[in-house]
Write a new protein. Sequence first.
Length: 165
Amino acid sequence: MKKSLLTIACAVACSIPSPPPRSSGTRAAPRRCSRPATLAKLRERIRSDRKGLVAQNLPLTEAESKAFWPVYERCSESIEAAQRRVNRAVVDYVGAEGQMTDAYAKQIVREVLEAEADTVRARKTCFDRVAKVLPGKKAARYFQIETKIAALARFDAAATLPLVH
């Protein structure tokens, strides 16, 4: 039990942004989370309890919590809807890999870029909403947490997709 809690704690710690600069002007070395087992635990935590992961890494007062979580739910829905468009384009790409034409490859790339632009717009709208209900530092911290989660998902997708032939 202690070992699994330690592993989860390490995974969560890797999702926390590095501390602010020291008074001498030097930055602390960023945390590295390179152990495959640690990353696997983090991926599982994101899939099973993303909201809990955000809650664990975003300390909120009771009043902030009451204002934030409804905004979080709406934001999650809008970002996921935009991300589904990216996913559909990727599925189209994977399904057509053997019969990929130049025209179809360009079409899929355009669809991915449009869907990613929609995702960016959704993230910006969400940040604006979060910034209205949380102090700036906490809104920025939330944005960092979501950005790190998204970066891991993008890495996983990139690692599994073959290059176009």
